[in-house]
Design a protein around this ligand. Structure first.
Ligand code: NAD
Length: 255
């Protein structure tokens, strides 16, 4: 039986640990027949070590999404390896410590700017860096944490995710003519490295214990990974500018 990503070439950012959502995206994508290439930050060696746990070997390229030189050479390096791309996964988020954990009213703009640059603007930068490789259309998928609400402790990552969600819609508007779809998975909380760097993350996650219609497992990034793979596949051919919740259904519950 062939997989839903058979023959597709996909660039996956954000593989840092086995707990990374992107690791599960990469694993599932390979299982579903895709050829993948990984990008790494802060060091390729970390990602290379985790990549050994994937079903098949995958090349790793260094990429800091805020580094213009890294972005400028990305298409050449990926092009040499895969010839082109059918999908791009943006699984990147970062905010400085003083932008998280209940310090919202005192965070300096410099820290807000960093959060926005790495977590939101980078969706556009990464996509544009990959655009020369997507001549036959493609699918760009990112990860958000529902920015319709103010959450405990999440602070300036909230506005950064709101910016990411808006960026996704504008990219859908501007890239539709090239048959490039742009969508996000809005995931529930997962105990990854990024999450653990949020002071008071447990308080945020406990909201799911009480309100999620479906049982939510903080230690299971696979459901979010499956959502990403579905959006990379040909099974959402006319869906773009969309945000699909993989959050146990919590977004639908008022109290
Ligand atoms: N963990 C959660 O609870 C949760 C929930 C919803 C959405 N998300 C989102 O999922 C995505 C992946 O996060 P994760 O939970 O797998 O955590 P993670 O820590 O495993 O992944 C975050 C990734 O961002 C990368 N990154 C940070 N700065 C970068 C830069 N300058 N250039 C390139 N890459 C950079 C890191 O290398 C890391 O791989 C993020 O967008 C995150 O906001 C996470």
């Amino acid at each position: 039986m062939s997989g839903i990503l058979e023959g597709k070439r996909i660039l996956v950012t954000g593989v840092l640990m086995e707990s990374s959502i992107a690791f599960h995206v990469a694993k599932l994508a390979q299982e579903q027949g895709a050829e993948i290439i990984l990008t790494a930050f802060p060091r390729p060696t970390l990602t290379e070590r985790i990549a050994k746990k994937l079903p098949k070997p995958a090349k790793v390229i260094e990429l800091d999404v805020t580094n213009e030189e890294h972005l400028a050479r990305l298409a050449d390096v990926v092009g040499e390896e895969l010839g082109g791309l059918d999908g791009v996964v943006h699984s990147i988020g970062f905010a400085p410590q003083d932008a998280l954990g209940g310090n919202f009213l005192n965070t300096p703009f410099e820290s807000v700017a960093t959060a926005m640059h790495v977590s939101a603007f980078s969706l556009k930068s990464l996509t544009m860096a990959c655009l020369p490789l997507m001549q036959n259309g493609g699918s760009v998928v990112g990860l958000t944490f529902d920015a319709q609400y103010a959450w405990p402790q999440y602070d300036w990552m909230g506005p950064a995710k709101a910016a990411l969600e808006a960026t996704n819609r504008y990219m859908a508007r501007d890239l539709g003519k090239q048959d490039i779809r742009c969508n996000l998975i809005s995931a529930g909380p997962i105990g990854s490295m990024a999450a653990k760097s949020i002071p008071g993350f447990a308080e945020l996650a406990s909201v799911w214990d009480n309100r999620s219609p479906l049982e939510w497992d903080l230690n299971d990034p696979e459901p979010a990974g499956r959502g990403v793979v579905a959006l990379l596949s040909d099974w959402f051919p006319k869906t773009t500018g969309e945000i699909i919740h993989v959050d146990g259904g919590l977004h639908a519950i008022g109290a």
